[in-house]
Design a protein around this ligand. Structure first.
Ligand code: 6YU
Length: 530
């Protein structure tokens, strides 16, 4: 089975005006073309950070821009595939913070994309155990409340003055759970293992949202730094796909090069163009082509940087940046879609939970590739069936999620069917189609999204976001801000999200606008003095 991408070719028309109204962040003066040479700006990567930056640059009058994208389609981690009767999201699908405080929400509203929110609250669900018990919904809700209590306790600790940075979220949870267990003295062994199994299941879910192997890998700083936006997490199937294609539509075709992997960014140089102009940056592509620029905005993922940073930049990045890249957290979350001829679940069912009674939060979530299926804790039913067909969506994270990418459709189907039969006790049929996302083997992503790992800090995010070089050195204005960094992993409070990525692209454009407005003012003042 092959996936078919939905983000297809886009119109070459320059409908800039359409999008220009979308960007409502306040910016200083734009670039004044009549008084200065137009700076040449290259953007590496056409994910939402790159596409958002390009739209804003065009709006501000920076017309000499070029986006270079390695893949044959824009969107990056916003990507869709034809599966079953419809297109499914491979990457982002929730607006985290569905309110006007979220720039993605605002843009989506302006583009008229908010109609199809899919809200499963109040929907029917079932949790089965590996010994074929079905949990009482009230019991599971009680466990969810317990998990919320643990989260709050961790949040409080993360805000305490002087807490140790080296503390992990997993560590705090285990300390709290040990306390809870003291009051479970009357519980039967069965009840106790269901309670601990439920908590472990919820911890697997949290690993998916961090894209981590284990909660022991996630620093307590993560939950203090991460900026929650009001409005809750709303699931808008295909919204991001439509949004990215709308944003790309207003970028002139000639400003976007697809299937053009960048090999190296050479900076701090003096590269001469055919007309004799000198540029400090040369962006060299895999095919040998190169583009000279005054500035390059790099939006590639942290996963890509972890693997390529040393070879990708010449001269090398600063020690501080390389240290941050090495230690910041970036893991894999993958989705698996299963299509059935006929559903084995009830029509009203929205999700099926899978609880392993032999697992506890104390057994930890170390990689277990031999039993990769244990990582599944729930399967979501896609609704409505008329649109999607009979489809289940499962989530996995960590090394197991990466390992799944290497398995055949047959291996995936047989193991998942075996597990579903074991848990539900029903004669679950084989799925007719299986599709696994491959965010780890994608050479231009190498994982899913970033988090503050136990070995990193929020400060490292800021270090990664710092442009190079900070100082022009010889006072030559075009030598400043040669390499700028955007992308989800560069946003301190909104990392891991589409809104973080979008805002990071805008942030770097603001930096350039500020730079040129200040330069313009200085230029005028110098002229007056002379
Ligand atoms: C969100 C969501 N979501 C699920 C899954 C994934 C992600 N996210 P890009 O990588 O997009 O662009 C870079 C481009 O550069 C790319 O096109 C490359 O091909 C290109 N490139 C690389 N190298 C190159 C080279 N050498 N030459 C040329 N080009 C090159 N976000 O808002 N809602 O529901 C989810 C989810 C499976 C994989 C997500 C979600 C994350 C977003 O998708 C992601 O951040 C942005 O799209 C990244 O855009 P970009 O432009 O920066 O990079 C306390 C607590 C907190 C817990 N955390 C909160 C959890 C939030 C995360 N939720 C995720 C969940 C889902 C379902």
């Amino acid at each position: 089975m092959r996936s078919t991408s939905v983000i297809r070719f886009y119109s070459a028309m320059v409908l800039t005006a359409l999008i220009l109204g979308e960007f409502s962040i306040a910016v200083p003066m734009g670039f004044n073309q009549s008084t200065s040479k137009t700076p040449k700006i290259v953007i590496v990567g056409a994910g939402i950070a790159g596409v958002g930056a390009a739209g804003k640059l065009l709006k501000q009058g920076f017309n000499d821009i070029q986006i270079i994208e390695a893949l044959s389609q824009p969107g990056g981690r916003i990507r869709g595939s034809l599966f079953g009767k419809s297109v499914v999201d491979e990457g982002a699908q929730y607006i985290h913070g569905a309110s006007m405080k979220n720039p993605i929400y605002r843009l989506a509203k302006e583009h008229g994309l908010l109609q199809q929110a899919y809200n499963r609250s109040g929907a029917k669900w079932s949790v089965f155990t590996n010994t074929q018990k079905q949990l009482d919904p009230d019991f599971y809700e009680e466990m969810e409340n317990l998990a919320t209590f643990l989260w709050r306790a961790a949040h409080l600790q993360s805000q305490e003055k002087g807490y140790t940075q080296a503390k992990s979220l997993g560590h705090v949870y285990l300390e709290e759970i040990k306390e809870l267990i003291r009051n479970w003295t009357d519980d039967s062994p069965n009840l106790r293992s269901q309670k601990l199994g439920s908590l472990n299941m919820i911890m697997k879910d949290q690993c998916v949202s961090f894209s981590s192997q284990d909660l022991n890998d996630v620093s307590l700083q993560e939950i203090n730094e991460y900026g929650f936006i009001e409005g809750g997490d709303l699931n808008y199937p295909r919204l991001f796909l439509k949004l990215i294609s709308n944003l790309v539509e207003v970028i002139p075709r000639e400003n976007l090069l697809l299937e053009k992997p960048v090999k190296q960014i050479q900076w701090n140089g003096s590269f001469e163009s055919e007309d004799g102009s000198l540029y400090p940056v040369r962006v060299v592509c895999e095919d040998g082509d190169y583009i000279l620029a005054d500035h390059v905005i790099v939006t590639v993922s942290l996963g890509y940087l972890k693997e390529e940073a040393e070879a990708f930049f010449h001269p090398n990045l600063t020690e501080e940046k390389l240290h941050a890249i090495e230690h910041m957290g970036f893991g894999t979350t993958n989705k698996i879609y299963l299509e059935y001829e006929v559903p084995f679940w009830e029509n009203a069912e929205h999700w099926i939970g899978l609880l392993w009674e032999d697992e506890t939060p104390f057994s930890g979530l170390e990689p277990n590739l031999a039993e990769w299926w244990r990582r599944f804790y729930s399967l979501e039913v896609l609704h409505p069936a008329e649109r999607y067909g009979h489809i289940l969506l499962g989530w996995s994270s960590g090394r197991e999620a990466e390992f799944m990418e290497t398995l055949s459709e047959e291996e995936l189907a047989s193991n998942i069917t075996r597990i579903l039969r074991q848990f539900t006790g029903k004669p679950v049929p084989w799925p007719k189609n299986v599709f696994v996302t491959k965010w780890f083997s994608n050479p231009y992503t190498r994982g899913s999204y970033s988090f503050i790992s136990i070995n990193s800090t929020g400060d490292m995010i800021d270090t990664l976001a710092e442009p190079l070089p900070q100082e022009g050195g010889d006072g030559h204005l075009s030598k400043m801000l040669q390499v700028l960094f955007a992308g989800e992993a560069t946003h301190r409070s909104y990392h891991s999200t589409t809104h973080g990525a979008l805002v990071s692209g805008w942030r770097e454009v603001d930096r350039l606008i500020n730079h040129y407005s200040t330069s313009e003012e200085q230029h005028l003042q110098t002229k007056e003095v002379i």
